[in-house]
Design a protein around this ligand. Structure first.
Ligand code: ZN
Length: 231
């Protein structure tokens, strides 16, 4: 069974009423609920010792989901480096929403990962632009989310290997909401939806995307990686 670790900053839900209402047990538990029937799921948060991401935990993780926002800087460089290294060795990595600024993601991308945003509770439509992609399996052609925070282009990331979703927002903006990358042996899927005050991780289609993304990002055996001088 694929071993999944869901990492959450878990600050908004304890500090702001609107976030606590949306996610009474924390964003990590809402995501865990979407994945637990199919995967071996554990959770970790920023305030756990070593942020819950010790060498042993990452060694036992096939796919790491990450939600952070207001405390990216509090993630230690040691842990960010450890996550980075595990991705290069083959661990799947799924940064969500405001985790575009998470230390491991910006390191893996090598760009600012900046974007535009507006928190207005408007409608978002996520169009599937790669219908044959495994992450789109079982979806309709569009996912409509009635209340979201807007993210707009330009999104300062490298050109994705595959683009699965592009979002349209009521204000007219568009955004590359589902971006696939390979770094080393690792598969990375950036997925946009999920502001802390809108219960978007309870949406059935979003939960389907998360399950599909874990499946897609899971490590495969491949061939051995050997580097250096060859005799
Ligand atoms: Zn947000």
């Amino acid at each position: 069974m694929v071993a999944v670790t869901i990492w959450n900053e878990f600050r908004h839900e304890r500090e702001e009423q609107a976030a606590e209402v949306a996610y009474p047990d924390g964003i990590h538990e809402a995501i865990a609920d979407a994945l637990t029937d199919e995967y071996d799921v554990q959770t970790a948060t920023l305030d756990d010792p070593h942020h819950g991401l010790t060498a042993d935990v990452l060694e036992d993780t096939d796919v790491l989901l990450w939600w952070g926002h207001e405390a990216h800087d509090e993630v230690s460089d040691v842990v960010a480096d450890r996550v980075h290294r595990h991705v290069l060795e083959g661990m799947g990595f799924i940064p969500l929403h405001s985790s575009h600024y998470a230390k491991p993601f910006t390191r893996l991308m090598g760009t600012s990962c900046s974007l535009q945003y507006r928190e207005d509770g408007g409608t978002e439509r996520l169009w599937v632009v790669d219908p044959g992609h495994p992450i789109a399996d079982g979806l309709n052609e569009v996912i409509e989310l009635p209340e979201t925070e807007m993210y707009g282009e330009p999104f300062d990331v490298p050109e994705p290997d595959r683009q699965v979703f592009i979002s349209w927002f009521e204000g007219g903006e568009v955004f590359r909401s589902g971006c696939c990358y390979r770094r080393g042996n690792g598969r990375i899927f950036y997925f946009r939806p999920g502001h802390e005050t809108y219960p978007i991780y309870n949406n059935a289609a979003v939960r389907r995307v998360l399950r599909n993304a874990v499946e897609w990002a899971s490590p495969t055996e491949g061939a051995p990686r050997t580097f250096g001088e060859r005799s």
